[in-house]
Design a protein around this ligand. Structure first.
Ligand code: HEM
Length: 383
């Protein structure tokens, strides 16, 4: 039936088997009215639940609301399957007060004391060129589906319902998953042509998820307990320098990643799922180079820290200079971004040989609350 349950203990779209397409949108909240915001979140929740089941945002919304009304549903998903649509919401630091997108922001909704300590703007990293118009935001919607039109329809209709309350700050389409989130999925490839997601955390690894992805009661004071069972989403638009990469020798590419291009096996092994052995040397040099991405991102090099990666490939045409504007829209979920993503990213920015071919130009951070039960609305425990 291609339906992923909307309700549950967790929001869908995190450990859900990664779908093939993404439409991610970040919104600024443009009202000061708490009532208007809550009202929109209620309408969003109903519409998201319906769209997840392949229905219009409201019954008869596309064609049966009368000839003299604009249809409530835009209609482009009529007749399409639900395509495993998941719609996941997150709240950015700006919802609670000052943030990178607006340092003078007031606590418009009276929720400043409910902001979890782990929800803050990311620090600056070396070798990035962050553009404010592709970064930050008060609310994010991550729509994933196996049909791009279904994902786009979801974001478009939520944006429409939110008119006057939110405005789209930036959005990103993704066309191919760059991770596996269940054991049954085959590993896909990123725009460098390498298998991506081999060593990812999977839905089946429940112990690892509890340790590294889901927020636990002890992580927050009473005022921020609404986040218990949730997680933090890090989004990074990482442009890839495709043309220089394509001129690099195969051996150089493999040394940068630390894995072979064909099978995805670590340079120290034969099979994709062999554990990398960072101690093996050849003529005195480590077979998996000290500057390789896999070595520097691996838990062994990061005090055991892990992330759930769930990113997508993107190509937004070309850049006006004849270069492909392509890359990886990196999405990761973690229990505390400042103890997990941030230290790994600092290490990669300073030492990873891949950095030479990467230009991160979008950056955002959101608190993703736990799942909703039937009758509840998104963020109910926060407001
Ligand atoms: C692993 C590519 C950005 C964290 C990998 C692998 C590839 C890859 C090919 C090996 C296969 C796998 O285990 O998935 C890329 C590319 C990136 C990128 C092309 C940017 C465009 C990042 C960022 C982070 C990150 C920003 C986190 C800050 C990891 C981690 C692993 C990994 C944790 C698994 C390491 C292990 O346990 O072996 N990446 N990556 N990657 N990457 Fe990335």
């Amino acid at each position: 039936d291609q339906i992923v349950a909307f309700h549950g203990e967790r929001q869908a779209g995190i450990v859900t088997e990664a779908q093939d397409r993404l439409h991610f949108a970040s919104f600024d909240v443009i009202t000061d009215s708490r009532e208007a915001l809550v009202d929109m979140l209620k309408k969003w929740t109903v519409a998201a639940d319906r769209m997840t089941r392949g229905e219009e945002t409201v019954p008869g919304g596309a064609t049966e609301m009368g000839e003299y009304h604009p249809p409530a549903d835009t209609g482009e998903a009529l007749g399409l399957s639900p395509a495993h649509l998941t719609i996941t919401i997150g709240f950015g630091p700006g919802l609670f007060g000052p943030s990178a997108s607006d340092p003078n922001r007031k606590d418009r909704f009276g929720i400043a004391d409910r902001k979890p300590a782990a929800l803050a703007d990311l620090p600056a990293f070396a070798q990035e060129k962050i553009e404010a118009s592709r970064s930050y935001g008060d609310i994010c919607i991550q729509a994933c589906a196996d049909d791009p039109q279904v994902a786009v329809h979801a974001v478009r209709n939520l944006a429409r319902i939110g008119v006057g309350v939110v405005s789209v700050r930036w959005s990103q389409l993704g066309f191919g998953r760059t991770s596996s989130t269940t054991r049954s999925q085959e590993t896909p490839r990123n725009m460098f042509g390498f298998k991506d997601g081999t060593a990812n955390v999977r839905a089946e690894d429940t112990g690892t998820l509890d340790k590294w992805v889901w927020v636990a009661p002890e992580d927050n004071p009473p005022a921020a307990q609404w986040m218990t069972g949730g997680t933090y989403l890090v989004a990074r638009r990482i442009r890839m320098d495709i043309e220089p990469w394509d001129r690099a020798n195969l051996k150089e590419q493999e040394n940068i990643v630390g894995r072979t291009k064909g099978s995805g096996a670590p340079l120290s092994g034969d099979d994709e799922f062999d554990d990398p052995d960072f101690n093996i040397t050849s003529y005195g040099a480590p077979i998996i180079p000290l500057t390789s991405h896999v070595r520097l991102a691996h838990p062994d090099t990061n005090n055991g820290v892990q992330l759930l990666r769930r990113g997508y490939n993107f190509t937004d045409g070309s850049d006006g200079f004849g270069h492909l504007d392509a890359g990886l829209f990196f999405i990761a979920f973690n229990r505390d971004t400042f103890k997990q993503f941030v230290p790994i990213q600092h290490q990669l920015s300073r030492k990873d040989a891949m950095t030479e071919y990467l230009i991160p130009n979008g950056s955002a951070m959101f608190a993703v609350p736990p799942g909703v039960k039937p009758g509840e609305y998104w963020g109910q425990a926060l407001f």
